[in-house]
Unconditional design. Structure first.
Length: 245
């Protein structure tokens, strides 16, 4: 409570996906918070569908005329792709920086602005003071900050993100045969961190060519043997307690 006292209270925005919302506290992302999407390898947008996922999460935050800020120092953004995801191009602000200090300052200023609904940025190295600075900035602005990271960097330089997803690209079994399905992008998501929620929850979601969510129910998604073993280990003591009662 002390850590989040400065941000808007009780405001949660749905992701638009029922499967994702069921994994989140209060069925949505909290206003004034950071979200972290981590993948297996580094990327600056090119060839990584994690940006599509971030854009789809950010889209509901652009209501009421608010802006989307995207950090694109490597000039990899493609306007037609953004338009295909129904992101209003007239409300996109692109930031390009040459060094780490300018990057942190730019993020700080954008996140503090109440005109900014969401911000998306790739993140590599992130010292603790900078991470805390970004958290305080987004709390003041009341928007949503989405950090795109690779797994190694996220483990070495943890952020103050309230929600953290592990993202893996996936493919639908019908993609090889249907031209329409080939335009879909699928993701296997594992919830690594969220307040008041059990971690290691897994869902499979996709984004179609119109920028809309598609997916399967969380309960139907095959779980790893490691995850199932952990569930059984947690279930055994509860059964014993019930028997003892």
């Amino acid at each position: 409570s002390l850590e989040t006292a400065q941000r808007p209270q009780g405001i949660y925005v749905s992701s638009g996906s029922e499967s994702m919302d069921r994994c989140l506290p209060n069925c949505g992302y909290a206003a004034g918070s950071l979200v972290e999407l981590t993948c297996e390898r580094p990327s600056h947008f090119s060839g990584w569908g994690g940006l599509s996922l971030a854009l789809r999460i950010a889209r509901p935050w652009l209501d009421d005329g608010k802006y989307l800020v995207i950090v694109d120092s490597h000039r990899r953004l493609c306007a037609p792709s953004l338009a295909a995801l129904k992101i209003p191009l007239e409300r996109i602000i692109v930031i390009r920086t040459d060094n780490a200090s300018d990057w942190v300052w730019g993020l700080d200023q954008a996140l503090r602005s109440r005109a900014v609904g969401a911000l998306i940025t790739p993140v590599k190295d992130l010292e603790d003071r900078s991470a805390r600075r970004l958290q305080l900035a987004v709390e003041q602005g009341g928007g949503l900050g989405i950090l795109l990271r690779d797994r190694v960097s996220a483990n070495r330089y943890p952020s103050w993100a309230e929600v953290q997803w592990q993202v893996r690209s996936a493919a639908s079994k019908d993609q090889a045969t249907s031209p329409r399905v080939m335009m879909q992008r699928w993701f296997d998501l594992e919830l690594l961190r969220a307040p008041g929620r059990q971690s290691n929850r897994r869902i499979r979601l996709g984004i179609d060519s119109q920028g809309e969510w598609i997916g399967c129910d969380e309960r139907k998604y095959p779980q790893s043997a490691e995850h199932l073993a952990a569930q059984l280990a947690m279930a055994t003591p509860r059964r014993r307690d019930m028997a003892a009662g």
